[in-house]
Design a binder for this molecule. Structure first.
Ligand SMILES: Cc1cc2nc3c(=O)[nH]c(=O)nc-3n(C[C@H](O)[C@H](O)[C@H](O)COP(=O)(O)O)c2cc1C
Length: 366
Protein backbone atom coordinates (compact mmCIF):
# COMPACT_ATOMS: atom_id res chain seq x y z
CA UNK A 1 0.00 0.00 0.00
CA UNK A 2 1.16 3.54 -0.72
CA UNK A 3 1.01 5.70 2.40
CA UNK A 4 -1.04 8.85 2.03
CA UNK A 5 0.84 12.10 2.23
CA UNK A 6 -1.98 14.23 3.57
CA UNK A 7 -3.47 12.56 6.64
CA UNK A 8 -6.61 14.55 7.61
CA UNK A 9 -8.62 13.10 4.72
CA UNK A 10 -11.49 12.11 6.97
CA UNK A 11 -11.47 15.32 8.95
CA UNK A 12 -12.85 17.45 6.15
CA UNK A 13 -15.83 16.72 3.91
CA UNK A 14 -18.08 14.26 5.79
CA UNK A 15 -19.12 12.82 2.41
CA UNK A 16 -15.67 11.27 2.10
CA UNK A 17 -16.03 7.50 2.20
CA UNK A 18 -19.82 7.72 2.31
CA UNK A 19 -21.74 5.86 -0.42
CA UNK A 20 -24.23 8.01 -2.28
CA UNK A 21 -27.96 7.54 -2.33
CA UNK A 22 -29.73 9.07 -5.32
CA UNK A 23 -33.47 9.18 -4.70
CA UNK A 24 -34.24 5.72 -3.40
CA UNK A 25 -31.24 4.15 -5.13
CA UNK A 26 -28.32 3.33 -2.87
CA UNK A 27 -24.94 3.18 -4.60
CA UNK A 28 -21.97 1.16 -3.39
CA UNK A 29 -19.66 4.21 -3.45
CA UNK A 30 -19.76 7.94 -4.18
CA UNK A 31 -17.98 7.58 -7.53
CA UNK A 32 -19.54 7.75 -10.97
CA UNK A 33 -18.23 6.95 -14.42
CA UNK A 34 -18.99 9.93 -16.68
CA UNK A 35 -20.69 9.69 -20.04
CA UNK A 36 -18.12 10.27 -22.79
CA UNK A 37 -19.72 10.04 -26.23
CA UNK A 38 -18.12 7.23 -28.21
CA UNK A 39 -16.09 5.94 -25.25
CA UNK A 40 -18.24 4.79 -22.35
CA UNK A 41 -20.05 1.96 -24.06
CA UNK A 42 -21.17 -1.22 -22.32
CA UNK A 43 -17.76 -2.86 -22.82
CA UNK A 44 -15.96 0.02 -21.14
CA UNK A 45 -18.47 0.41 -18.33
CA UNK A 46 -17.98 -3.25 -17.45
CA UNK A 47 -14.20 -2.84 -17.70
CA UNK A 48 -14.34 -0.14 -15.02
CA UNK A 49 -16.84 -2.05 -12.91
CA UNK A 50 -14.53 -5.12 -12.95
CA UNK A 51 -11.87 -3.09 -11.18
CA UNK A 52 -14.19 -2.00 -8.37
CA UNK A 53 -15.24 1.31 -6.86
CA UNK A 54 -17.80 2.34 -9.49
CA UNK A 55 -21.02 3.45 -7.78
CA UNK A 56 -22.86 4.34 -10.98
CA UNK A 57 -21.94 4.25 -14.65
CA UNK A 58 -23.79 6.14 -17.30
CA UNK A 59 -24.47 5.61 -20.99
CA UNK A 60 -23.23 8.23 -23.39
CA UNK A 61 -25.77 10.79 -24.47
CA UNK A 62 -28.75 9.22 -26.20
CA UNK A 63 -31.21 10.74 -28.63
CA UNK A 64 -34.74 10.08 -27.42
CA UNK A 65 -35.99 10.29 -31.00
CA UNK A 66 -33.44 7.65 -32.00
CA UNK A 67 -34.52 5.36 -29.16
CA UNK A 68 -38.18 5.78 -29.94
CA UNK A 69 -37.63 5.14 -33.66
CA UNK A 70 -35.58 2.08 -32.77
CA UNK A 71 -32.55 3.35 -34.71
CA UNK A 72 -29.78 0.76 -34.62
CA UNK A 73 -27.17 3.35 -33.61
CA UNK A 74 -29.23 4.56 -30.63
CA UNK A 75 -30.06 1.03 -29.52
CA UNK A 76 -26.37 0.12 -29.65
CA UNK A 77 -25.54 3.12 -27.47
CA UNK A 78 -28.26 2.23 -24.98
CA UNK A 79 -27.19 -1.40 -24.78
CA UNK A 80 -26.84 -2.69 -21.23
CA UNK A 81 -26.98 -6.05 -19.45
CA UNK A 82 -27.42 -7.61 -16.03
CA UNK A 83 -23.80 -6.95 -15.00
CA UNK A 84 -24.09 -3.28 -15.96
CA UNK A 85 -25.97 -2.10 -12.93
CA UNK A 86 -26.76 0.37 -11.53
CA UNK A 87 -26.74 2.29 -14.79
CA UNK A 88 -27.79 5.79 -15.74
CA UNK A 89 -29.14 6.47 -19.22
CA UNK A 90 -28.50 10.00 -20.38
CA UNK A 91 -30.90 11.75 -22.73
CA UNK A 92 -30.41 14.97 -24.63
CA UNK A 93 -32.90 17.23 -26.30
CA UNK A 94 -35.19 20.17 -25.73
CA UNK A 95 -38.70 18.91 -26.41
CA UNK A 96 -40.39 18.05 -23.11
CA UNK A 97 -42.81 15.52 -24.63
CA UNK A 98 -40.13 13.67 -26.58
CA UNK A 99 -37.72 13.72 -23.64
CA UNK A 100 -40.51 12.31 -21.46
CA UNK A 101 -41.20 9.50 -23.95
CA UNK A 102 -37.47 8.80 -24.20
CA UNK A 103 -37.25 8.61 -20.42
CA UNK A 104 -40.07 6.09 -20.31
CA UNK A 105 -38.25 4.05 -22.93
CA UNK A 106 -35.06 4.18 -20.83
CA UNK A 107 -36.89 3.07 -17.68
CA UNK A 108 -38.44 0.19 -19.61
CA UNK A 109 -35.06 -0.87 -21.00
CA UNK A 110 -32.95 -1.17 -17.88
CA UNK A 111 -32.13 2.37 -16.71
CA UNK A 112 -31.70 2.52 -12.93
CA UNK A 113 -31.52 6.30 -13.22
CA UNK A 114 -32.29 8.72 -16.05
CA UNK A 115 -30.08 11.75 -16.56
CA UNK A 116 -30.70 14.87 -18.63
CA UNK A 117 -27.70 16.26 -20.47
CA UNK A 118 -27.46 19.99 -19.75
CA UNK A 119 -23.74 20.28 -20.33
CA UNK A 120 -22.82 19.18 -23.84
CA UNK A 121 -21.09 22.07 -25.63
CA UNK A 122 -21.06 20.44 -29.09
CA UNK A 123 -22.70 22.51 -31.87
CA UNK A 124 -24.72 19.63 -33.25
CA UNK A 125 -26.48 19.28 -29.88
CA UNK A 126 -26.67 22.97 -28.88
CA UNK A 127 -28.01 24.09 -32.28
CA UNK A 128 -31.08 22.00 -31.53
CA UNK A 129 -31.36 23.71 -28.13
CA UNK A 130 -30.17 20.63 -26.25
CA UNK A 131 -27.10 20.01 -24.08
CA UNK A 132 -25.71 23.10 -22.40
CA UNK A 133 -28.01 25.35 -24.44
CA UNK A 134 -30.62 24.35 -21.86
CA UNK A 135 -28.68 26.42 -19.34
CA UNK A 136 -29.55 29.54 -21.36
CA UNK A 137 -33.25 29.21 -20.58
CA UNK A 138 -33.68 28.03 -17.01
CA UNK A 139 -37.52 27.97 -16.96
CA UNK A 140 -37.55 25.84 -20.10
CA UNK A 141 -34.94 23.45 -18.74
CA UNK A 142 -37.01 23.09 -15.58
CA UNK A 143 -40.15 22.42 -17.65
CA UNK A 144 -38.34 19.64 -19.49
CA UNK A 145 -37.22 18.08 -16.23
CA UNK A 146 -40.73 18.33 -14.85
CA UNK A 147 -42.18 16.53 -17.87
CA UNK A 148 -39.51 13.84 -17.69
CA UNK A 149 -40.02 13.37 -13.96
CA UNK A 150 -43.77 12.98 -14.44
CA UNK A 151 -43.20 10.28 -17.06
CA UNK A 152 -40.86 8.17 -14.95
CA UNK A 153 -41.90 5.59 -12.39
CA UNK A 154 -41.23 6.71 -8.80
CA UNK A 155 -38.56 4.01 -8.51
CA UNK A 156 -36.38 5.63 -11.20
CA UNK A 157 -34.64 8.79 -10.02
CA UNK A 158 -34.03 11.66 -12.43
CA UNK A 159 -30.70 13.51 -12.39
CA UNK A 160 -29.15 16.30 -14.46
CA UNK A 161 -25.61 17.02 -15.52
CA UNK A 162 -24.67 20.62 -16.20
CA UNK A 163 -21.79 23.06 -16.54
CA UNK A 164 -21.18 26.33 -14.68
CA UNK A 165 -23.24 28.20 -17.28
CA UNK A 166 -22.86 29.08 -20.93
CA UNK A 167 -20.57 32.08 -20.41
CA UNK A 168 -18.38 33.59 -17.76
CA UNK A 169 -21.10 36.13 -17.10
CA UNK A 170 -23.69 33.39 -16.57
CA UNK A 171 -21.30 31.67 -14.22
CA UNK A 172 -20.78 34.83 -12.19
CA UNK A 173 -24.55 35.36 -12.11
CA UNK A 174 -25.01 31.95 -10.52
CA UNK A 175 -27.00 30.38 -13.35
CA UNK A 176 -25.93 26.85 -12.42
CA UNK A 177 -27.10 27.26 -8.82
CA UNK A 178 -30.43 28.75 -9.93
CA UNK A 179 -30.95 25.97 -12.46
CA UNK A 180 -30.03 23.30 -9.91
CA UNK A 181 -32.58 24.67 -7.43
CA UNK A 182 -35.28 24.83 -10.10
CA UNK A 183 -34.57 21.23 -11.05
CA UNK A 184 -34.67 19.99 -7.46
CA UNK A 185 -38.00 21.74 -7.00
CA UNK A 186 -39.53 19.59 -9.76
CA UNK A 187 -38.10 16.35 -8.41
CA UNK A 188 -34.55 16.02 -9.76
CA UNK A 189 -32.76 13.82 -7.22
CA UNK A 190 -29.10 14.73 -7.85
CA UNK A 191 -27.08 17.27 -9.79
CA UNK A 192 -23.71 16.79 -11.42
CA UNK A 193 -21.65 19.90 -12.13
CA UNK A 194 -18.70 19.99 -14.50
CA UNK A 195 -16.49 22.90 -13.44
CA UNK A 196 -16.25 24.68 -16.78
CA UNK A 197 -18.54 27.00 -18.73
CA UNK A 198 -19.78 26.00 -22.18
CA UNK A 199 -17.55 28.61 -23.74
CA UNK A 200 -14.53 26.99 -22.10
CA UNK A 201 -15.43 23.65 -23.72
CA UNK A 202 -12.59 21.52 -22.31
CA UNK A 203 -9.91 24.22 -22.12
CA UNK A 204 -8.54 25.79 -18.98
CA UNK A 205 -8.89 24.22 -15.58
CA UNK A 206 -11.92 22.82 -13.86
CA UNK A 207 -13.04 25.54 -11.42
CA UNK A 208 -13.69 23.91 -8.11
CA UNK A 209 -14.57 27.17 -6.36
CA UNK A 210 -17.49 27.59 -8.79
CA UNK A 211 -18.62 24.01 -8.26
CA UNK A 212 -18.54 24.83 -4.53
CA UNK A 213 -20.94 27.74 -5.14
CA UNK A 214 -23.43 25.40 -6.77
CA UNK A 215 -23.03 22.91 -3.93
CA UNK A 216 -23.76 25.66 -1.40
CA UNK A 217 -26.76 26.94 -3.36
CA UNK A 218 -28.31 23.47 -3.33
CA UNK A 219 -27.29 22.49 0.20
CA UNK A 220 -28.58 25.71 1.78
CA UNK A 221 -32.08 24.71 0.75
CA UNK A 222 -31.90 20.98 0.12
CA UNK A 223 -29.17 19.45 2.26
CA UNK A 224 -30.21 15.91 1.34
CA UNK A 225 -29.81 16.38 -2.43
CA UNK A 226 -26.45 15.04 -3.63
CA UNK A 227 -24.29 17.29 -5.75
CA UNK A 228 -21.58 15.54 -7.72
CA UNK A 229 -18.41 17.32 -8.76
CA UNK A 230 -16.78 16.64 -12.10
CA UNK A 231 -13.69 17.70 -13.97
CA UNK A 232 -10.01 16.89 -14.27
CA UNK A 233 -9.92 14.09 -11.69
CA UNK A 234 -6.99 11.98 -12.82
CA UNK A 235 -5.84 10.42 -9.54
CA UNK A 236 -7.31 9.20 -6.28
CA UNK A 237 -5.88 12.29 -4.58
CA UNK A 238 -7.57 14.54 -7.15
CA UNK A 239 -10.82 12.89 -6.17
CA UNK A 240 -10.37 13.59 -2.46
CA UNK A 241 -9.29 17.14 -3.31
CA UNK A 242 -12.49 17.60 -5.34
CA UNK A 243 -14.57 16.44 -2.37
CA UNK A 244 -12.75 18.70 0.05
CA UNK A 245 -12.50 21.77 -2.16
CA UNK A 246 -16.15 21.79 -3.23
CA UNK A 247 -18.05 20.08 -0.41
CA UNK A 248 -19.68 17.86 -3.03
CA UNK A 249 -21.13 14.45 -2.15
CA UNK A 250 -19.68 12.41 -4.97
CA UNK A 251 -17.27 12.62 -7.86
CA UNK A 252 -17.81 11.80 -11.51
CA UNK A 253 -14.74 10.72 -13.44
CA UNK A 254 -14.44 10.74 -17.22
CA UNK A 255 -11.14 10.93 -19.08
CA UNK A 256 -9.11 9.75 -16.10
CA UNK A 257 -10.84 6.39 -16.37
CA UNK A 258 -9.92 5.95 -20.03
CA UNK A 259 -6.30 5.35 -19.10
CA UNK A 260 -6.89 4.12 -15.56
CA UNK A 261 -10.04 2.02 -15.28
CA UNK A 262 -8.96 1.11 -11.72
CA UNK A 263 -9.14 4.77 -10.66
CA UNK A 264 -12.51 4.25 -8.95
CA UNK A 265 -11.06 1.41 -6.90
CA UNK A 266 -8.14 3.63 -5.90
CA UNK A 267 -10.27 6.67 -5.13
CA UNK A 268 -12.66 4.65 -2.99
CA UNK A 269 -9.82 2.90 -1.16
CA UNK A 270 -8.17 6.24 -0.44
CA UNK A 271 -11.41 7.63 0.95
CA UNK A 272 -12.22 4.61 3.08
CA UNK A 273 -8.80 3.38 4.22
CA UNK A 274 -6.49 6.32 3.61
CA UNK A 275 -4.37 4.14 1.34
CA UNK A 276 -4.13 3.42 -2.36
CA UNK A 277 -3.82 -0.24 -3.37
CA UNK A 278 -0.84 -1.29 -5.49
CA UNK A 279 -1.21 -0.72 -9.23
CA UNK A 280 -2.43 -3.72 -11.19
CA UNK A 281 0.51 -5.75 -12.47
CA UNK A 282 1.64 -5.23 -16.07
CA UNK A 283 0.03 -8.56 -16.93
CA UNK A 284 -3.23 -7.48 -15.28
CA UNK A 285 -3.19 -4.26 -17.32
CA UNK A 286 -2.86 -6.25 -20.54
CA UNK A 287 -5.69 -8.50 -19.37
CA UNK A 288 -7.85 -5.43 -18.80
CA UNK A 289 -7.26 -4.32 -22.40
CA UNK A 290 -7.93 -7.84 -23.65
CA UNK A 291 -11.18 -8.15 -21.69
CA UNK A 292 -12.34 -4.77 -23.02
CA UNK A 293 -11.57 -5.88 -26.58
CA UNK A 294 -13.29 -9.24 -26.10
CA UNK A 295 -16.39 -7.52 -24.80
CA UNK A 296 -16.52 -5.15 -27.77
CA UNK A 297 -16.36 -8.19 -30.04
CA UNK A 298 -19.08 -9.95 -28.06
CA UNK A 299 -21.44 -6.99 -27.68
CA UNK A 300 -20.89 -5.40 -31.08
CA UNK A 301 -18.89 -6.75 -34.01
CA UNK A 302 -15.39 -7.02 -35.39
CA UNK A 303 -15.48 -3.71 -37.24
CA UNK A 304 -16.52 -1.85 -34.09
CA UNK A 305 -14.04 -3.66 -31.86
CA UNK A 306 -11.13 -3.10 -34.25
CA UNK A 307 -11.95 0.58 -34.82
CA UNK A 308 -12.22 1.24 -31.12
CA UNK A 309 -9.23 -0.75 -29.89
CA UNK A 310 -6.97 1.02 -32.42
CA UNK A 311 -8.15 4.34 -31.02
CA UNK A 312 -8.31 3.35 -27.36
CA UNK A 313 -4.93 1.71 -27.03
CA UNK A 314 -3.20 5.07 -26.72
CA UNK A 315 -5.29 5.80 -23.59
CA UNK A 316 -4.51 2.44 -21.97
CA UNK A 317 -0.89 2.78 -23.04
CA UNK A 318 -0.41 5.76 -20.73
CA UNK A 319 -0.38 3.31 -17.82
CA UNK A 320 1.39 0.35 -19.43
CA UNK A 321 5.08 0.03 -18.68
CA UNK A 322 5.09 3.59 -17.36
CA UNK A 323 3.82 4.81 -20.75
CA UNK A 324 6.77 3.25 -22.55
CA UNK A 325 5.06 0.84 -24.90
CA UNK A 326 5.32 2.35 -28.35
CA UNK A 327 5.65 -1.07 -30.00
CA UNK A 328 2.47 -2.31 -28.39
CA UNK A 329 0.60 0.85 -29.36
CA UNK A 330 1.79 0.62 -32.93
CA UNK A 331 1.07 -3.09 -33.21
CA UNK A 332 -2.51 -2.57 -32.08
CA UNK A 333 -3.01 0.62 -34.07
CA UNK A 334 -2.04 -1.21 -37.25
CA UNK A 335 -3.59 -4.59 -36.38
CA UNK A 336 -5.71 -5.92 -39.23
CA UNK A 337 -7.83 -8.37 -37.30
CA UNK A 338 -8.58 -9.62 -33.77
CA UNK A 339 -5.85 -12.27 -33.97
CA UNK A 340 -3.31 -9.49 -34.53
CA UNK A 341 -4.61 -7.61 -31.48
CA UNK A 342 -4.23 -10.73 -29.36
CA UNK A 343 -0.78 -11.40 -30.78
CA UNK A 344 0.30 -7.86 -29.92
CA UNK A 345 -0.95 -8.25 -26.34
CA UNK A 346 0.70 -11.69 -26.06
CA UNK A 347 4.00 -10.35 -27.33
CA UNK A 348 3.93 -7.66 -24.66
CA UNK A 349 3.50 -10.08 -21.76
CA UNK A 350 6.12 -9.30 -19.11
CA UNK A 351 7.20 -12.95 -19.16
CA UNK A 352 7.42 -13.02 -22.94
CA UNK A 353 4.91 -14.33 -25.47
CA UNK A 354 3.29 -17.72 -25.01
CA UNK A 355 4.87 -20.50 -27.12
CA UNK A 356 4.38 -19.89 -30.84
CA UNK A 357 3.02 -16.36 -30.40
CA UNK A 358 5.87 -14.48 -32.02
CA UNK A 359 8.90 -12.56 -30.79
CA UNK A 360 9.18 -11.45 -27.17
CA UNK A 361 9.36 -7.73 -26.57
CA UNK A 362 12.60 -6.15 -25.56
CA UNK A 363 13.26 -4.32 -22.33
CA UNK A 364 11.68 -0.88 -21.96
CA UNK A 365 11.62 0.84 -25.35
CA UNK A 366 11.73 4.57 -26.36
C1 LIG B 1 -15.09 13.31 -26.07
C2 LIG B 1 -16.01 13.68 -24.95
C3 LIG B 1 -17.34 13.28 -25.02
C4 LIG B 1 -18.22 13.60 -23.98
N1 LIG B 1 -19.51 13.16 -24.04
C5 LIG B 1 -20.38 13.48 -23.03
C6 LIG B 1 -21.72 13.01 -23.03
O1 LIG B 1 -22.14 12.24 -23.90
N2 LIG B 1 -22.53 13.41 -22.03
C7 LIG B 1 -22.08 14.22 -21.02
O2 LIG B 1 -22.85 14.57 -20.12
N3 LIG B 1 -20.81 14.64 -20.98
C8 LIG B 1 -19.96 14.28 -21.94
N4 LIG B 1 -18.66 14.68 -21.87
C9 LIG B 1 -18.20 15.41 -20.67
C10 LIG B 1 -17.71 14.41 -19.60
O3 LIG B 1 -18.77 13.64 -19.09
C11 LIG B 1 -17.04 15.16 -18.44
O4 LIG B 1 -17.96 16.08 -17.93
C12 LIG B 1 -15.79 15.91 -18.88
O5 LIG B 1 -14.97 15.08 -19.67
C13 LIG B 1 -15.01 16.40 -17.67
O6 LIG B 1 -14.68 15.33 -16.81
P1 LIG B 1 -13.23 14.62 -16.84
O7 LIG B 1 -12.22 15.73 -16.71
O8 LIG B 1 -13.25 13.67 -15.69
O9 LIG B 1 -13.11 13.94 -18.17
C14 LIG B 1 -17.76 14.34 -22.88
C15 LIG B 1 -16.42 14.72 -22.81
C16 LIG B 1 -15.54 14.38 -23.82
C17 LIG B 1 -14.10 14.79 -23.70
Amino acid sequence: MTAVATSPIHAQNPAIGRPLAIGGVGLATNLLLAPIANYCDLAFRLTCRDQGGVGLACTDLLSPQGLLRGSAASLDLARTNAEDTPVGMQLYGADPAIMAEGAKWAADHGATIVDINMGCPVDKVCKKDGGSKLMCDVPNAVRIAEAVRAALPDSVPLTAKMRLGWSEEDCQNGVAGALALGLVEVGVAAITVHGRTTEMKFSGECRREDIARVVRAVKDRYPHIPVIGNGDVRTAHDCVDMLNATGCDGVMIGRGALSTPWLFRDAWALQTTGEIPPEPSEQDKLDIVRAFFERMLAFRDEHYAMTHIRRRISWFAKRINGGHCKELREAIRTAENPAAVHAALDAWRPDGPPPGAGPARGVVDE
